[in-house]
Design a protein around this ligand. Sequence first.
Ligand SMILES: Cc1cc2nc3c(=O)[nH]c(=O)nc-3n(C[C@H](O)[C@H](O)[C@H](O)COP(=O)(O)O)c2cc1C
Length: 192
Amino acid sequence: MPVNIALRDHLLTRRSVGQAFLREPGPDAEQLRQILTIGTRVPDHGKLAPWRLIVIAGDERAKAGERLAEIAKAKNPQIEEVALENERRQFLPAPLTIGVLSKAAPHPKIPEFEQLISAGNVAFNLEHAAFALGFAATWVTRWYAYDETASLMLGAREGERFVGFISIGTPAAVIEDRPRPALDDIVSYWHG
Ligand SMILES: Cc1cc2nc3c(=O)[nH]c(=O)nc-3n(C[C@H](O)[C@H](O)[C@H](O)COP(=O)(O)O)c2cc1C
């Protein structure tokens, strides 16, 4: 196969752009379809498709934030207004966020661990898809991926859990790279 220079160079330099720096325009309906199609084209042992996606976009972003604020307030009635306002803005200003749910469940052949990893593949592939279409993206979990009430409110069904929320938009800033692990620290060669 020929070298795909653009893809190689992208993979060598890509990095996330935090939610706070993601702005309009976001993907249109056709671009979103492509992002979802690419995002779910992942290794998946047993072809179980052990994941689901929830798109939070448009006016639903503020509604979802308001519901998070209500849950946060119910859990902690002393919560300060500034913290509540942060909750209201959890899905803003990014034009859209895709929640990735793992449906990993007992299976006669495929370990749940592998099903969970496949959902992680979906999350990162959504980021690649967003970048391929000229957008930027980031992956967060935040407290609501670990809170049952919040996860159910955001669309999880019984037995499912969010592996992350991928926010997508146009970058409003150039993000400096961060230090990467030295290969010598993380790679070794097996010798028998
Ligand atoms: C599973 C997972 C969950 C994450 N959750 C958060 C989070 O809740 N908040 C946050 O600021 N960053 C979170 N991050 C990290 C961001 O995605 C971070 O910006 C990213 O690791 C940057 O990597 P990059 O520079 O290689 O793109 C999470 C990353 C992963 C893999």
